[in-house]
Design a binder for this molecule. Structure first.
Ligand code: DLL
Length: 432
């Protein structure tokens, strides 16, 4: 099923003409409306009107998460706040979140691209769609919501958590499609078995899973456990949220909505643009975003691009399933966590020393983050209540800063590994 045939099946020449036109408009808007970009463009000698070919993009500067941090909260917005109708945010690398804004037109385009994704996954007006991504600052819930409503499906804005209720609504409301993280749908399958609920009483047929990496092995497990077809939905808040790309039934990658988001693959070390099919870091330029346009944003996600025609009839470029990241960001229960954020929380407490390790495991399809941190020698206490009090304090601070619950284990001074070279702070034992 193709939601927007004229764009999704556009021939390459027409698509490139549209992209060039939109890029020119976008560079003009950046130059005139965002001082940060004006300076960056001037530094490489680019003036409005200088973009003549799509390939000129490779001469333009990158934007990084650090740039977003430096311009926190609204410094990169290209319209006045009176035009901004929604703000979302996700984890930054340290304390402050990454903030993104949307104009009314941006929300309209977002609903269009997520509708295309959901339609690719067989959503129609008869579908009952349960959205179990978080609603709130996270883009998952509200992002998918807009697309499902645009199609005219019956939408259940369930949000995350509360597993028993999720299952109850899925069964009672006859949910046909669910959107949540791939690990959570497996957790739901396990909870369904444990509660003795019969799969035959569920009408679930399809799922759109994303917000964290998952493998083909996991896809098979989800499809077996639920007897559904599992689709991969990709996106990131900076670029828009869910809806940047989605896979179709042909099973050979995720179609990128390249009339709105232009992908490139670069060598993460040199910044050089790589050829079609080569693996590297995904970079996106937004063409149509008004409130928060981004020029060559480095996602840190590792993928490759393919442009040959797809069996489904779409001509949109395909990206390979994400295979990793070129930085140290972890995704724990769908929440992005940077080790540096954990470190800055730990450093707030005088009782602990800057020697710590993060251990990530997956138990019953749920991620568990354990932080082993050494006590500072002068604070080391062997009374159980003393230790438990400090653990509680750190746990609650991590919860409020990272939005994630971690097991905190205080260790004796000198008991965690020391490193001569680069420290290995993260032990990720998950097998995805
Ligand atoms: O996770 C947006 C989203 C919500 C996508 C719901 C899909 C479904 P952020 O919190 O900004 O936004 O995290 C973005 O998550 O750079 C990837 O590293 C990872 N990610 C998102 N989708 C996928 C996916 C949302 N399908 C970061 N496969 C991205 C692998 C994914 N990784």
């Amino acid at each position: 099923m193709i939601w927007n045939q004229s764009v999704e099946c556009m021939d390459r020449e027409a698509m490139e003409a549209l992209q060039l036109h939109r890029l020119q408009d976008m560079v003009d808007r950046l130059y005139y409306n965002v001082p940060f970009y004006r300076k960056k463009l001037q530094e490489v000698g680019f003036m409005p009107g200088d973009v003549r070919h799509l390939s000129d993009l490779s001469k333009l500067p990158f934007t990084t998460k650090q740039d977003l941090r430096d311009n926190y909260p609204f410094g990169l917005f290209a319209v006045p706040m009176s035009e901004v109708v929604r703000v979302h945010a996700s984890s930054g690398t340290t304390g402050k979140p990454t903030v993104v804004g949307y104009s009314r037109k941006d929300l309209d385009n977002w609903a269009e691209v997520t509708a295309r994704c959901l339609y690719m996954a067989n959503t129609d007006r008869q579908s009952v769609v349960q959205i179990s991504y978080g609603y709130g600052l996270f883009t998952g819930g509200l992002g998918l919501h807009g697309g499902a409503e645009r199609i005219g499906a019956s939408v259940i804005p369930m949000s995350g958590g509360n597993t028993e209720k999720q299952l109850m609504l899925m069964e009672d409301f006859g949910v046909t499609l669910i959107g949540c993280t791939p690990s959570y749908i497996l957790h739901l399958a396990e909870a369904r078995e444990k509660a003795g609920l019969d799969r035959a009483n569920f009408k679930l047929k399809y799922g759109v899973f994303g917000a964290e990496p998952w493998s083909e092995r996991m896809r098979k497990e989800i499809e077996d456990q639920w007897q559904i077809k599992a689709y991969d939905i990709y996106g990131l808040s900076e670029v828009m949220g869910p809806g940047v790309a989605n896979d179709c039934d042909a099973g050979c990658g995720l179609h990128v909505h390249e009339d709105h988001f232009y992908p490139e693959i670069i060598n993460p070390d040199s910044g050089e643009v790589l050829a079609e099919g080569e693996k590297g870091e995904l970079v996106f330029t937004t063409f149509t975003k008004e409130a928060f346009p981004l020029l060559r944003y480095r996602t840190r996600d590792i993928s490759a691009l393919h442009r040959e025609p797809c069996a489904c009839g779409r001509t949109l470029v395909r990206m390979e399933k994400i295979t990793g990241r070129s930085d140290d960001m972890l995704i724990i229960r769908g929440v992005n966590v940077f080790p540096s954020q954990v470190e800055s929380v730990l450093l707030e407490f005088g009782e602990t020393a800057p020697h710590y390790q993060l251990i990530v495991e997956r138990e019953r399809n749920l991620d568990i983050l354990t932080i082993e941190v050494e006590m500072a020698p002068e604070w080391f206490s062997d009374t159980i209540t003393g230790l438990a009090g400090v653990e509680r304090k750190i746990h609650s601070r991590l919860d409020s800063v990272l939005g994630i619950s971690a097991v905190v284990k205080l260790m004796e001074p000198g008991s965690t590994p020391r490193f001569e070279g680069k420290s290995k702070r993260v032990i990720d034992k998950r097998e995805i």
